[in-house]
Design a binder for this molecule. Structure first.
Ligand SMILES: Nc1nc2c(ncn2[C@@H]2O[C@H](COP(=O)(O)OP(=O)(O)O)[C@@H](O)[C@H]2O)c(=O)[nH]1
Ligand SMILES: [Mg+2]
Length: 215
């Protein structure tokens, strides 16, 4: 995986436009304005690979970023109140359709703004991830905006608010200070490496002599 050599891959407004599922994918999901695009830029060290918006509710497509043998997938933000009902429904179908599309999603990174209680949509998404047995972690964004005490209070509250919290790997993250970036990169790289190991094992199988009795 080459996070530093990331490039834009595709923008899909319809499920029929998704690229062929021939690589592993890391999907980033969360409310509009939670910091998905900012996080992808921070991960890749590219200031404007993913468009960061001061105005929420702008991303209406699933955006794929090419990092070598994996895709980083920026899903449209959900739950922006000013988006029309019909557009919100379209985006919800796009997100759930993507998650159900039998792709090689190695990890869903669920983003939650660390300052606030998770929204109903956040909880519904976490419940869906658990039900569908999709591997996921939670990244708490905008950690720089909280003081030490606020942060501790929020973590105690999250434990009450988020289902199965004790079983979920969580990473506080700040695009501003860089907190959490290395931890997240480690998680992604480890999963991408597992995949490379699998491929190596496959290659060995191909070249290994078959049943010696055949020789
Ligand atoms: N202070 C701070 N602001 C952030 C952070 N991450 C995102 N933002 C800001 O939050 C706003 C929304 O970010 P964006 O990445 O467009 O959110 P998206 O809609 O989830 O893609 C922008 O103004 C960002 O600059 C962070 O870690 N710290
Ligand atoms: Mg965005």
């Amino acid at each position: 995986m080459q996070l530093q050599d990331a490039s834009f891959g595709a923008a899909c407004g319809k499920l029929s436009q998704l690229p062929k599922p021939e690589r592993i994918e890391f999907a980033f999901i969360g409310r509009s304005n939670v910091g998905k695009s900012t996080l992808i830029n921070k991960l890749t060290g590219r200031r404007s690979l993913a468009r960061v918006s001061a105005v929420p509710g702008k991303t209406a497509t699933i955006n794929f970023y090419d990092v070598g043998d994996a895709w980083l997938v920026d899903l449209p933000g959900y739950g922006y109140a000013k988006t029309s009902k019909s557009e919100q429904q379209r985006l919800a179908r796009l997100i759930t359709g993507y998650l159900a599309a039998d792709r090689d999603i190695r990890l869903v990174v669920q983003l939650i703004d660390m300052r606030h209680a998770p929204s109903k949509d956040d909880i519904a998404m976490i419940e869906r991830l658990i039900d569908e047995e999709l591997p996921f972690i939670i990244v708490f964004t905008k950690a720089d905006k909280l003081g030490k005490q606020e942060r501790e209070q929020r973590m105690v509250a999250f434990a009450e608010e988020i289902p199965c919290f004790e079983d979920i790997h969580c990473i506080p993250f700040s695009a501003k200070t860089g907190e959490g970036r290395d931890a997240l990169v480690d998680v992604l790289e480890e999963l991408a490496e597992d995949d490379e190991d699998d491929e190596d094992a496959d290659d060995e199988d191909d070249t290994a002599p078959s049943d010696p009795a055949e020789d």
